[in-house]
Design a protein around this ligand. Structure first.
Ligand code: FDP
Length: 323
């Protein structure tokens, strides 16, 4: 089984980028360890305890954020970071070649029930003409991403990673501490009969999404002519992992539940990296009206509607939006 460095070298990934990815993964291994400690995490501390100050009272998502922030900035390779847990971007080395944006612990409400959670990250090129403390350097479309991935903390700890040469999956070998390649090239089936959406929001969706889901639920008796099954992990990282493993369509559409928050998922550190992974695995990712990776961001914490997964099913859903 192959380790991550030789695989990335074979893909001709820049050695600095390999080094940055490996640093992010070192923090994720530590997060994986803490997640597996559950309620004991704060009490028993960590193998990297010296990196985190006064950690014992902190929630896991805060600890995960601090771990990632510290190790990423320490590399000197990164000009700035942006995180779901930070209101503002954090400046790094002015000469750094990369920007990293991340959700340290996606699906964090699942931590209370010992269910799936994960870390999502996206790496963008730094922009020479903008200062390290200028947040506008992050406002690049998803098509500019150099690498994207997530680490899923489940019964096993798994990494899905793309540098634009397909999507590969690795599994953490906890006996030696490294990620080993377990899926050389993810290929999302074009067709599916499985969907994932928070059905409790149905009455708040826009009309096209209401119609599309109505037809899925009607199954054989409706216009789609086949029965669908539903799965909902309530952590995007878990739902997207299922889509990469066996196909499906995952949706978090616009709704009117909260007028101040028509969309739920974050563009920069949820929708874009997941879209990169899904597209590199042969799937599609859209808002219903636009390819997600082509959206020009206007803010680092911007939210967006997400429809991603099996190509034919996403295309069908898009057709409902455009007819
Ligand atoms: P969470 O708030 O628990 O971090 O990122 C937001 C997210 O999780 C997604 O991972 C998940 O798909 C979604 O929210 C679930 O939110 P709802 O329960 O509000 O539908």
């Amino acid at each position: 089984m192959r380790r991550i460095s030789p695989v990335l070298q074979q893909d001709k990934v820049d050695s600095n980028l390999i080094s940055l990815i490996k640093t992010i993964l070192a923090a994720c291994r530590e997060i994986s360890f803490r997640v597996s400690q559950g309620e004991l995490a704060g009490v028993l501390g960590s193998t990297l305890a010296e990196n985190v100050q006064g950690e014992t009272q902190k929630k896991l998502d805060i600890i995960a954020n601090e771990l990632l922030k510290e190790v990423i900035l320490e590399t000197g390779l990164v000009k700035a970071i942006s995180s779901e847990e930070e209101d503002h971007t954090v400046a790094g080395n002015p000469d750094g070649k990369y920007l990293v944006t991340f959700d340290p612990l996606d699906g964090s409400s699942n931590t209370d029930i010992n269910s799936l959670i994960g870390t999502i990250f996206s790496i963008l090129p730094a922009q020479a003409d903008l200062a390290a403390d200028d947040p506008s350097q992050f406002l690049q479309p998803g098509t500019a991403q150099l690498a994207a991935g997530y680490v899923l903390y489940g019964p096993s700890t798994m990494l899905a990673l793309t540098t634009g040469k397909g999507t590969r999956v690795y599994t953490l070998d906890k006996t030696y501490g490294g990620f080993l390649l377990t899926e050389e090239q993810v290929s999302i089936p074009k067709y599916t009969a499985e969907f994932a959406i928070n059905m409790s929001n149905q009455r708040f969706w826009q009309e096209p999404m209401q119609r599309y889901i109505d037809d899925l639920v009607k199954g054989k008796t409706g216009s789609r002519g086949k029965n669908y099954n539903m799965r909902w992990i309530a952590a995007m990282v878990g739902d997207v992992h299922r889509v990469l493993c066996r196909g499906g369509i995952f949706m978090y559409p616009t709704d009117t539940k909260d007028a101040n928050k028509p969309d739920k998922l974050r563009l920069m550190y949820e929708a874009n990296p997941m879209s990169f992974l899904v597209e590199q695995a042969g799937g599609l990712s859209s808002t219903g009206y636009q390819r997600i990776m082509e959206i020009q961001p206007t803010g680092i914490h911007q939210r967006v509607a997400v429809i991603l997964g099996s190509k034919h099913e996403v295309e069908t859903c898009i057709n409902y939006h455009q007819s």
